[in-house]
Design a protein around this ligand. Structure first.
Ligand SMILES: Cc1cc2nc3c(=O)[nH]c(=O)nc-3n(C[C@H](O)[C@H](O)[C@H](O)COP(=O)(O)OP(=O)(O)OC[C@H]3O[C@@H](n4cnc5c(N)ncnc54)[C@H](O)[C@@H]3O)c2cc1C
Length: 482
């Protein structure tokens, strides 16, 4: 039986495995999916997780709960040697080992792309994982808790100043969601006024959200400004050392939360550790039928999809002729790739990937959104309903859809959950502080000097000499031994 190895169980990998389970006949192939995480992350929900509108666990999809016929390995692929058709699997415990495959499917996604700006690597946080979204949410809440007890001054300003770098879709969404979150918190924190909270988004280009029209982008900037959130266009971050933000405009202020969303790059952990062909921008070279290679040369037994790949965009809408890295493409490519893999196994022809962008819909905080499809745009509340409607339906599996939509409905009646569980980072701290520890072992006691070890005699009143007694009685005793 041919062995299919899927590297990465995110959007593209998860959908490939899911559809292979559906379309492969029993005994036709054996599928293994490897991912260091036991779940697929629905990344479009990360801004709402950071803003406390979606429970973090609801926005991830457990591999083992939904993939019934796929072998799931929670481990990292650290090398793909396609010449030998082996991949190195590095598990969380134990030694790396070689997996021999017949077909490899590379869907290891992308990571945050940063620039060597001083302080960014040490101070900023990305927004590609559920862990980052949870940490951002907890940070906002913890900072409110701290600031509520401080008098006005630089430390309080620093805690209540929130910065996002990058005005793409993800950046604007998290910026707007955090503004909405902070505003909703004010009713619970009477010590903090609206004017005490500061929101800055830094964008190097002259506009935000290239996926929407200029007029929609301008509406978003105006809407954010009205809500007390400032977008700095044509501005670059020059330093973030110790949380001191320095901008190319000369402006400077301090911030305790810097969210970096200025672009992504193909997962270096895979593209730098494989003999598969990589194009000049560091992505895996993939054909229109999602086989690795070029239109003239097929790399037999290798497939790829999603953010890690450069798939030619036949609709003509792609940047530089390639599909942009988004979930719309990753999901559809995953599904088509499963179909094409099955077709090749059966000696049939493949189908080319051709998807015309459906448009873009952004959630900008509770009750506000922006939608754009071609020249058609909707803004404000109806767009927010469209955002929740679209993503509520796009979330894989009914089980997850019900959890997410159920959470939204509960929030309408009960409000967002506003508890920071930042202490989860040090879960043993209190237990350790008060935990009883065994007495030092006998061997350690033996090493202690004899005079310290000797048992103490019961404390008695010191026996006084007759001279001392006489002195005491006559009132001349000046020194009493302890
Ligand atoms: C905040 C945010 C909001 C977004 N909003 C939208 C939106 O509204 N609409 C839209 O279309 N797109 C959106 N996107 C983009 C979309 O989520 C991505 O394009 C999509 O997730 C790409 O899918 P993928 O399968 O290529 O990668 P991913 O979904 O990132 O999956 C990659 C998988 O590979 C795994 N992996 C990594 N390294 C290894 C390794 N060494 N070995 C094995 N596995 C590995 C990872 O753990 C991960 O599970 C958003 C992204 C973000 C960050």
């Amino acid at each position: 039986m041919p062995k299919i190895l899927i590297v990465g169980g995110g959007y593209a990998g998860f959908y490939t495995a899911w559809k292979l389970e559906k379309w492969l006949r029993p005994g036709e192939a054996e599928v293994t999916m490897v991912d260091p995480l036991p779940y697929m992350t629905y990344q479009p929900f990360l801004p709402e997780v950071a803003a406390g509108s979606i429970d973090p666990r609801h926005s991830v999809v457990a591999h083992r709960a939904h993939l019934k016929k796929t072998s799931v390995l929670t481990a990292k692929v650290t090398h793909v040697n396609h010449a030998a058709k082996t991949a190195t699997i590095t598990p969380p415990v134990g030694e790396p080992w070689e997996f021999a495959y017949d077909i490899v499917v590379v869907t290891a996604g992308a990571v945050s792309r940063t620039f060597p700006i001083p302080g960014v690597a040490d101070q900023a946080i990305g927004l590609k994982t559920i862990e980052e979204a949870v940490a951002i949410r907890d940070k906002v809440l913890t900072n409110f808790d701290k600031a509520a007890q401080l008098p006005a001054g630089p430390e309080r300003d620093r805690l209540l100043t929130f910065v996002v770098i990058g005005g793409g879709f993800a950046g604007i969404e998290v910026f707007a969601e955090l503004r909405s979150f902070a505003s909703s918190l004010l009713t619970k924190y009477p010590e903090i006024a609206f004017e005490d909270t500061h929101f800055h988004l830094i964008e190097a280009m002259g506009r935000i959200m290239p996926e929407v029209s200029e007029s929609t982008a301008l509406w978003v900037i105006k809407n954010l400004a009205e809500r007390g959130a400032e977008v700095h266009l044509n501005t670059q971050l020059t330093s973030a050392v110790d949380g001191v933000i320095e901008l190319s405009t000369g402006e400077s202020f301090e911030s305790d939360l810097i969210v970096w969303t200025a672009g992504v790059m193909a997962n270096p952990g895979i593209v730098r550790n494989t003999d598969l062909p990589i194009e000049e921008r560091g992505r895996l070279k993939v054909r229109t039928d999602l086989r690795v290679g070029t239109e003239d040369e097929i790399i037999e037994g290798a497939w790829g999809a999603g953010d890690i790949t450069a798939v030619p965009d036949l609709s003509g809408g792609g940047v530089g002729g390639f599909c942009v890295p988004n979930a719309q493409h990753a999901v559809r490519q995953g599904k088509l790739m499963a179909k094409n893999i099955v077709a090749v196994l059966r000696g049939e022809g493949t189908v080319e990937y051709n998807h015309k962008n459906l448009g873009a819909v952004a959630g900008l905080g509770v009750g506000i959104g922006a939608f754009q499809s071609g020249k058609f745009a909707i803004k404000g509340f109806p767009a927010w309903v469209a955002h929740r409607g679209y993503h509520g339906l796009a979330m894989p599996s009914w089980e997850r859809k019900i959890r997410v939509v159920g959470g939204w409905v509960l929030n309408v009646f009960l409000g967002r959950d506003i508890v920071s569980i930042e202490a989860v980072q040090t879960p043993r701290a209190v237990f350790e502080q008060f935990a009883s520890r065994p007495k030092p072992p006998v061997a350690a006691t033996a090493a202690v000097p004899a005079e310290v070890k000797a048992p103490r005699a019961p404390r008695k009143a010191p026996v006084k000499t007759p001279v001392e007694v006489a002195a005491a009685e006559s009132g001349t005793e000046s020194v009493v031994a302890p």
